[in-house]
Design a protein around this ligand. Sequence first.
Ligand code: BES
Ligand code: ZN
Ligand code: ZN
Length: 504
Amino acid sequence: MKITPVSYAAAAKVKNIFIPLFKNESPAGDPLFMRLAPPVRKAVLKFAREEFRGDEGETKSVWLAGGAVRRVILFGLGEKTKWNARKAILIPRRFVRAAKAGRIGEYAASFDGDPAMFAHSSLMAQFEYNHYKAKPKEGWPEVKEIMLAVDDEKRADAARTVAEGIAIGEEVNTARELANTPGSDMTPSHLAKAAQSAARRTGLRATILDEKNLLRLGMGGVLGVARGSNEKPRFIILEYLKGPKDQKPLVLVGKGVTFDTGGINLKPEQYMYEMHMDMSGGAAVIHGMAAIARLKLAVNVVGLVPAVENMPSGSSYRPGDQLKSLSGKTIEVLNTDAEGRVILADALTYALRYKPGLIADFATLTGAAHVALGNYCSALFTNRDALTEKLVAAGTASGDYVWPLPLWDEYLHEIKGMFGDIANMAKNDRYGGAIHGAKFLEQFVEDAPFVHVDIAPRMTAVDSDLLSRGATGVGVRYITELARIYPRIETGDKRQETRRSKNE
Ligand code: BES
Ligand code: ZN
Ligand code: ZN
């Protein structure tokens, strides 16, 4: 898909013109509309008056005879007073959807917002995972080119931001590609290969550790979970060190469970279905870093992805097993289906080797996060309360929304091990599963600034996302935004709570 910023005059000559309008807003306020030929304007005004209300989600075509412009499509945005940034991100997707449905290959669009967002949102709507489907005779519907109408003096600027948005959108879609790949094809070694090729393409440094390396290091968590599968584990390390020498690195960690059967605690069928996407966090880290490299951000970033398959077999780890993690702490396995935190424990310990300014992990960790938050945002946890506001804002700015849940010590006793140091789930408590997962991870980061994003709620698209079914590529946009703000939030601060006096 090409996205070309053009002048309003040039856009006004395109065959298909897309114009978004608030409820009761006249098209006369739209700069692209005002450049259309007078007879076209007249026809559209009449139509808008008589047949178009501007309700949210309303989409109507005005057909025109003769002239360069054949069709103007009006997109209702609803009440202006109820408008927000989350709604804005859906406009480019509505455009692409309408184009695909009408087999419109090229259109000119009026869009009063960030051109980068316009680009990645359009690309995300274009994506469909149809590798395993026979191609229809007429081909897949595809938007070939979008002419984004902008003021003449803003064109050079828009071209630059559009290019950034395209880089981000392409990486989001490649992450979706990986996450959608069935478990038989997406194994730990395949994920490692995908990481290497993303690294080669974008100039990251990639190192892949195999089983022998993991044994030598003592990654008992990763090895423990991997034991039941014929597929050998991998540990993916990506480095992009283009920041100032004295900047501590941002270390990203992604859960790379290429298929999660639950292990000996086998999942019931309705819960196992989408578990080939349980490496979505890993895909986000790989392609988030690729995006950072393509945007040439001046930061130091490291990506770590432990990759395993969680299978039941005669060699599987069992409930009751004690795994010696890289940190030295033993993990008491109460449930083999809480495998993500077990492999992440080793990755978080490994992250400490880099003396990170911030560790941020992305993981489809718990169904409980989905229960707590519903479909529209990921769960955010941090051991630095002062960062919460900025981390939530990064979600809103990027389109990967996050919302905070507590990481309080009240929850810690619930995951204390009976015979080992720390249990991989709460034994006697059915409530707060997402928090228990986060609290478990926190035990492996010592005093480093830490953010955990439980992306389980956003793993698969829901209808209102206006994306094709399957993986959303959640995390890629967030990671890109996080790397952008990182130089401003890299504090190295001690925990806030320990700085305060005891009686406060
Ligand atoms: N990968 C799952 C969590 C998940 C579920 C992600 C649905 C996306 C959609 C994870 O490994 C898991 O099974 N978690 C358990 C933890 C429990 C056993 C403590 C869960 O959420 O039930
Ligand atoms: Zn699981
Ligand atoms: Zn899992």
